[in-house]
Design a protein around this ligand. Structure first.
Ligand SMILES: Cc1cc2nc3c(=O)[nH]c(=O)nc-3n(C[C@H](O)[C@H](O)[C@H](O)COP(=O)(O)OP(=O)(O)OC[C@H]3O[C@@H](n4cnc5c(N)ncnc54)[C@H](O)[C@@H]3O)c2cc1C
Length: 323
């Protein structure tokens, strides 16, 4: 359905970015009774908590190629996670640590759930934000959205390019957060690899993280692994074609674990240009009540799922604060 047909050209609050920060913010504002429209350039729910589905030997297999698991130390976030656990969209995954949770049946489980109760429009990329009288005009491809308030919850580098001209103070804050890239490899095998542990970490190595994705709760498929290259290795390979990178990193993985190389039945790589943000010090979210413009994201709190949620909620609280 087209936007015009749905009469959505005008809205009170437009949230740009339906990742953990944007949806946490939108959920809190919707709970307070406000009408929110969320737009996201992605094809579906996930952001950096994405899950990619693929067919392997006639079976649908989902790989978590972004965030691998998350912890919940803040009491409020912990309560939200418990709620998702009761709904069956997150579960404990002890292989990553006693306090580790994953989304189910894919990492994007909680994102999908939050999005379902909000007005979210996928495949809608905000290109420019400009002033339109006392409102904001968001141009997103064929869509133009007029909103009294705009809240931007996209990675720091993209925040800088969206807001640099209209709110340089926010653009400047975002430009302080430098993100490290990460090459992720998704590999499927028709036999179990001779590796005992389901999760391996080695911060300084070429492969800084490897997980038997098929061992996470609620996953289907035989033997599926996700490998993450560390920042240095990711930068070294940054401009190589995906297929080449996948083969190089798979070889790194076998060498690093001392495992006999096996031929994958599925192999692909994904490049995250802005994977892990270096968080900017200061408030967890920024809001200019006069301009009715705000920013949230992991880069304002801590580069994790929990940090993104806390930033999103902090932005909502700023919007709801009296006066
Ligand atoms: C490879 C990798 C591994 C990670 N591992 C972990 C981990 O193990 N544990 C952990 O806690 N965290 C991990 N993280 C970090 C975690 O995923 C992030 O901190 C968190 O998901 C960030 O949420 P966010 O909402 O701030 O940003 P995002 O999830 O990036 O959401 C931003 C959204 O904005 C959208 N967007 C961007 N630009 C536009 C635009 N112009 N218009 C419309 N929409 C736009 C994007 O499509 C995206 O959906 C990992 C991240 C990566 C990439």
């Amino acid at each position: 359905m087209r936007w015009a047909d749905m009469g959505l050209k005008n809205c009170d609050i437009c949230v740009i970015g339906a990742g953990m920060a944007g949806l946490a913010c939108a959920t809190r504002l919707a709970e307070a009774g406000l009408l929110i429209t969320v737009i996201d350039k992605g094809r579906g729910p996930g952001g950096r908590m994405a899950a990619r589905r693929t067919e392997i030997a006639g079976e649908t297999v989902s790989f978590d190629h972004g965030a691998q698991y998350f912890t919940a130390r803040d009491p409020e976030f912990h309560a939200a996670v418990k709620g998702w656990e009761e709904m069956g969209v997150v579960a404990h995954w002890n292989a990553a640590g006693e306090d580790a949770f994953v989304g189910t049946p894919g990492m994007n489980g909680p994102i999908r759930t939050m999005a379902q109760s909000l007005d979210v429009h996928w495949n809608t990329r905000a290109e420019t934000i400009t002033r339109e009288g006392d409102a904001w005009k968001v141009e997103a491809g064929e869509t133009t959205l007029i909103a009294k308030t705009v809240l931007v919850a996209v990675p720091a580098e993209q925040t800088h390019s969206l807001l640099g001209d209209v709110a340089s103070e926010f653009g400047d804050i975002a430009s302080q957060a430098k993100s490290a890239p990460c090459w992720a490899v998704m590999a499927g095998f028709d036999e179990r690899l001779d590796i005992e542990h389901d999760a391996l970490r080695d911060a300084g190595a070429h492969i800084s993280w490897a997980a038997r994705n098929s061992a996470k709760p609620g996953r289907t498929g035989e033997e599926a692994w996700v490998l993450h290259a560390g920042p240095a290795r990711s930068r070294e390979l940054i401009d190589l074609p995906k297929d080449e990178v996948a083969a190089i990193l798979l070889a790194d993985f076998f060498a690093q674990t001392g495992t006999k190389p096996a031929e994958p039945v599925h192999l692909e790589a994904h490049r995250w240009l802005y994977a892990m943000a270096e968080a900017v010090k200061g408030e967890a979210a920024r809001y200019d009540a006069q301009k009715r413009l705000g920013i949230a994201g992991d880069y304002l709190h801590s580069p994790r799922v929990e940090g993104a949620w806390l930033s999103g909620v902090a932005l909502a609280e700023r919007v709801l604060a009296p006066g």
